[in-house]
Design a protein around this ligand. Structure first.
Ligand SMILES: O=c1[nH]cc([C@@H]2O[C@H](COP(=O)(O)OP(=O)(O)OP(=O)(O)O)[C@@H](O)[C@H]2O)c(=O)[nH]1
Length: 556
């Protein structure tokens, strides 16, 4: 019997479990999944110090385990799997990561550090969806982690050694097996039990659901996805999101959860039939939930990211995508044929660069653009600001820092740092429209054009989502100006999407490049080369699992 309908959708596909763990095999078999087991040869030796948090280490290890198998199979097994699943379980206590013990003494060290305390168990999971393209492996990666808290009773020396001598600890993270004798050591478990055993089944099924629903909604011509379109053509999921956001559906349902379609239609002044279709589409995309009646409520995702007043609201960015990015993409065929941006076709006007748009656009256009940048900076700011130890820098300048949302994250994370936001006069003028999350006198604003004017003096220059907008010639002008303003020891903190070195991903960067703007997406090595040519030596690079990656470079 298969309880989860998504598991049954995988029948007929070559699903591979890249794990030698008998527990993972059992958990997935019991769930009705049919798969082959190909244990990964990836050695679990990643440097733990480069990960900001333990779960990032577990996710990266899971990803490397799965990728090793996905890459090996077409060569050694002469078949390309459809899906490869990798996982890695770790235990953390007192800031330390515990994996499988290497000896009895190591098991003793681990178990005695857990005695009488609560600890966290993280399992990182990577799902690689593989495709073969011109006999090369092309893949989509989905990764996630689950945390479970476990408390151990006080363990006497006798108990500890008896347990260790049973042999059970040796192949288990943290040196215990909760599903067997180790269960006797445990006072309580908060969270998913199977996550401790080695595989978060519930979270996995939810992720499969997302993958399955996304792929059906983007490839099926089924009645449901064609529902909203009058001519019966396919409606991309993004349009339902854009429209619901524009009509303030998520704000409405946050204030008044549990309205039916007619009530929502009345409030947003739309037709009942159209609203019904829109709400149903949003449910299918995981943005709304519905009940038997049927009435509608925001999902957690919508509450976190789609409300206007949410801390991480993406509403400004969604509106920018709807009004500016989407019209460009609706001429993608011409963009690809001509290799140029489609401003002329989409907006009946000549393309302008970003700065000109912000300088010369109407008040509305400027505000919309700033809103979009503000949304992204709020969502990514904390991750970028905390990516590196910046304690040696006292002053920073956030070039093109717009509303200051990123700068406020930097001062919050680094008590000794002051940040000057440097942006075009028209942007600095309008920043008052955006309330900072907390007042901070260490953030100041200066107006100017970073290509033409003198840059404010600083120890550290922040370039977050700036360089991808420009071709190499312009990047050299800007980096040259920064280099002139820097003395040895000063730094550049660059934050962008870093493309894989083989340019096989991530797709969010490659898809963004399709807008054919003046700029270009680059890999970490390509950015490093540009920076090195101005005397900046990369000291740390991090792939953050948030929208942006980051690199810290120091002036030699
Ligand atoms: O309570 C329990 N906690 C943990 C386990 C088992 O511990 C291991 C964790 O190790 P890892 O994630 O590195 O996985 P491996 O066994 O080495 O297999 P891979 O081939 O996937 O690397 C895991 O087996 C858990 O099941 C347990 O059994 N109980």
């Amino acid at each position: 019997m298969v309880l989860n309908p998504v598991i049954s959708k995988l029948s007929g596909k070559l699903v591979v479990l890249a794990s030698a763990s008998p527990r993972r095999l059992e958990i997935l078999r019991n769930a009705g999944l049919r798969f082959e087991v190909v244990p990964s040869w990836f050695k679990e030796t990643l440097d733990k110090r480069v990960f900001k948090s333990p779960h990032e280490y577990a996710v990266e290890t899971a990803k490397q385990k799965a990728l090793e198998v996905a890459r090996r199979m077409p060569v050694k097994h002469l078949k390309t799997p459809d899906i490869v699943i990798g996982a890695d379980t770790i235990v953390t206590v007192d800031g330390l990561i515990l994996e499988k013990p290497v000896s009895k003494h190591d098991a003793y060290r681990m178990l005695s550090s857990l005695s009488g305390k609560e600890h966290s168990v993280y399992t990182g999971v990577a799902i690689i969806v593989c495709h073969e393209k011109e006999s090369k492996l092309d893949y989509q990666l989905i990764d996630f982690y689950e945390e479970t808290k476990v408390k151990f009773a006080d363990l006497s020396e006798d108990m500890l050694w008896e347990y260790i001598n049973s042999g059970e600890p040796m192949d288990k993270a943290g040196g215990y097996g909760i599903q067997a004798l180790g269960g006797m050591l445990v006072e309580y478990v908060h969270g998913d039990f199977l996550n401790v055993v080695g595989f978060p089944l519930n979270h996995f099924c939810k992720q499969l659901d997302v993958i399955y629903n996304q792929s059906t909604s983007s490839s099926d011509q089924g009645a449901e996805s064609a529902h909203l379109s009058h001519n019966g053509t396919h409606v991309p999921p993004a349009l339902a999101l854009f429209t619901a956001s524009k009509l303030s559906v998520f704000d409405l349902l946050h204030g008044k959860p549990g309205l039916d379609a007619a009530q929502v239609a009345h409030e947003i002044r739309a037709s009942v039939k159209g609203t019904q279709c829109l709400l149903e589409a949003c449910v299918s995309l995981g943005l709304l939930t519905t009940s038997q009646k049927p009435v509608y409520e925001n999902t957690e995702l919508a509450t976190l990211f789609l409300r206007s007043d949410a801390r991480f609201s993406l509403r400004g960015y969604i509106q920018h995508c709807n009004d500016t990015v989407w019209p460009l993409f609706s001429h993608l065929d011409s963009a690809v044929q001509e290799g140029t941006t489609q401003h002329q076709r989409a907006f009946s006007k000549k393309p302008k660069d970003n700065s000109q748009d912000v300088c010369h656009g109407s008040q509305d256009v400027k505000l919309r653009f700033m809103n979009a940048m503000h949304s992204i900076a709020k969502v990514t700011g904390e991750t970028v600001a905390t990516a590196f130890d910046l304690s040696s820098f006292k002053t920073a300048c956030d070039l093109g820092g717009c509303t200051g949302a990123m700068a406020y994250e930097f001062t919050k994370a680094h008590p000794g740092l002051s940040v000057t936001v440097f942006d075009l006069p028209s942007v600095v003028e309008m920043r008052e429209h955006f309330q900072p999350q907390h007042a901070d006198s260490r953030v100041s604003f200066a107006a100017g054009d970073f290509f033409k004017d003198e840059l404010p003096k600083a120890d550290l220059y922040i370039l977050a989502r700036i360089l991808h907008d420009w071709p190499d010639e312009k990047v050299h002008i800007l980096l040259g100006k920064i280099a002139d303003a820097c003395t040895p020891g000063c730094g550049v903190l660059l934050s962008e999407i870093f493309l894989d070195e083989d340019r096989a991903g991530p797709s969010r960067g490659l898809l963004q490049a399709l807008s054919m703007s003046e700029g270009q997406q680059r890999s970490a090595a390509e950015y490093s080369l540009l920076l090195k040519s101005h005397g900046f030596i990369p000291s740390h690079i991090t792939h953050t699992h948030n929208l942006l990656d980051a690199m810290l470079c120091i002036k030699a």
